[in-house]
Design a binder for this molecule. Structure first.
Ligand code: 5GP
Length: 114
């Protein structure tokens, strides 16, 4: 059997995490190494590797994740200004190969990003 990703272990409560939100399709947790005062990871429960691993059958999940962002930022009181980020592939800084959206807020963000 395929080994569970870190986030599947969190979803299955095998590894603890601070859960901000959860439903049947996704979970949102505090990042263990926050890069801003608020740093949430919004994760589909399906272990999609990254955006290259999505297809039309994932359209409900992908739209659910993006539409969920405004609810998560409202819960975290960062609705006015926040940044979302997906590190897609090792060269872009992806370390956990289970799709996740970083949601960051609570500080000023620069552009271009590093
Ligand atoms: P990536 O680099 O793949 O885009 O992001 C992975 C994120 O997962 C990193 O920001 C990292 O801090 C976070 N992370 C790694 N291990 C854990 C963990 O055990 N718990 C939580 N909550 N976050 C983690």
């Amino acid at each position: 059997m395929k080994e569970k990703t870190l986030f599947e272990k969190i979803i299955d409560r095998e590894i603890p995490a601070e859960i901000i939100y959860e439903d049947n399709l996704c979970i949102a947790i505090n990042d263990i190494n926050p890069q801003a005062p608020t740093h949430i990871l919004l994760i589909p429960k399906k272990p999609i590797i990254n955006l290259n691993d999505c297809d039309a059958s994932d359209s409900e999940i992908i739209s659910h994740l993006f539409l969920k962002i405004k609810e998560i930022v409202s819960i975290c009181n960062i609705s006015e200004a926040f940044r979302i980020n997906i590190n897609n592939g090792e060269g872009a800084g992806q370390e956990v190969f289970h799709l996740h959206i970083h949601i960051l807020g609570g500080r000023k963000f620069n552009w271009p990003p590093g």
